[in-house]
Design a protein around this ligand. Structure first.
Ligand SMILES: [Zn+2]
Length: 369
């Protein structure tokens, strides 16, 4: 059974309406952060938050969806559905819940991983006053992704070069080089930005307002697209070990994935360990001095090598060339949504059940402290 009534082809507006409706039903405090641009259907865009807490609440569960816009369809589904079990908690007030709904609303509306500036938000949480990371591997790959390589024989050649490279060093190693991020080419892949994005500033403002004086918190950032089909991996992603990782292992068990990131790091989880600028690290830094644990739930869908890369590349070229309507555009968007949010009801039920368990355990632990 579907965990929550979802359309076969959901839209940003449907997600938003469902989230706000259920938040109202369950008496959450809601706030709306208006995005400067419009969505794919000309709709206004917002990051919304729903809060269940009392003024004296010091312990918090935070759930963020849509860091990678199109992955927010899964995140929103779980956030909205989970509200149904929060009624008693709101009365109690010892533990608060903050749901940050679609932190990259432009990306969710346009069914893209990136934001309005072609930024991968999980490369954007850096100190831009400092020298930015260099990625010499990306420099060699960039010509495969520029406008001139978008169509026809040039695209064919670009595909062949990619396949050759993948054969040479292996797909995982190649994706690690590519996914490490880059800060020079706004028209490229895994671009980290020239400055903090709207979503980055908005998340910091939300955290500053609600969690500045908290003592304990667990934050879950919801993603899809890496790992085995229907299997939500739970991961701690950080530049270095911090005490919250031990808390997470105690709560969830030794199987919890810990991905330490850095220029020379690798992982076979399907995410990039060589990247910097993760939301996760920014949250850990923001919460310094508190008992805090930052986790990512990453739900596997289809084969990234066979399906995901091609769909993402098609989407990249369509936006790069400004081809934002017509059959090819629609088909590409359908494929991307299917890759990041499979329409298979069994997939949706599987990821919801496991995500709910992860939420439940986090809340139970916060109550017991
Ligand atoms: Zn993601």
């Amino acid at each position: 059974m579907s965990p929550y009534p979802m359309d076969a082809k959901p839209t940003y507006s449907r997600l938003r309406a469902g989230f706000l409706e259920n938040a109202k039903k369950h008496k959450a405090q809601v706030r709306h952060f208006k995005h400067p641009l419009k969505g794919m259907d000309g709709e206004e865009l917002y990051t919304d938050i729903a809060v269940w807490a009392k003024p004296e609440t010091k312990k918090w569960l935070v759930v963020i969806s849509g860091t990678h816009g199109v992955e927010g369809y899964y995140g929103s589904m779980c956030q909205t559905q989970y509200m149904d079990s929060l009624a008693a908690l709101a009365q109690d007030g010892r533990v608060g819940v903050l749901m940050v709904h679609l932190i990259n609303p432009w990306g969710t509306s346009w069914k893209r991983r990136v934001n309005e500036d072609n930024i991968d938000l999980n490369r954007n949480y850096l100190d831009f006053a400092q020298p930015l990371p260099q990625n010499r591997y990306y420099e060699a790959l960039h010509p495969l992704f520029v406008k001139e390589a978008a169509t026809g024989a040039a695209r064919q050649k670009s595909n062949e070069q990619w396949a050759e490279k993948s054969k040479e060093i292996g797909h995982t190693a190649l994706m690690n080089q590519l996914g490490a991020g880059q800060y020079l080419h706004q028209d490229g892949l895994y671009f980290g930005g020239f400055k903090p994005s709207w979503s980055n500033a908005t998340l910091r403002a939300i955290m500053g307002e609600f969690l500045a004086d908290c003592t304990d918190a667990i934050c879950l950032d919801l993603h899809t697209g890496a790992g085995a089909y229907g299997h939500p991996m739970l991961m701690a992603i950080a530049e270095r070990e911090y005490p919250g990782i031990r808390d997470a292992q105690r709560i969830y068990g030794a199987w919890l994935y810990t991905v330490l990131t850095g220029a020379s790091q690798t992982t076979d989880t399907g995410i990039s360990a060589a990247a910097t600028g993760y939301t996760s690290q920014a949250m850990v830094d923001l919460m310094t001095g508190k008992r805090f644990c930052q986790l990512v739930i990453e739900c596997g869908t289809y084969d990234g090598e066979k399906v995901g890369h091609d769909a993402l590349l098609n989407d990249h070229f369509l936006h790069l060339c400004g081809n934002l309507q017509g059959k090819e555009f629609e088909q590409t968007k359908d494929k991307l949504l299917e890759f990041f949010f499979p329409s298979d009801q069994d997939w949706r039920e599987l990821v919801w059940v496991r995500t709910r368990q992860i939420f439940d355990r986090a809340l139970a632990d916060l109550f017991e402290r």
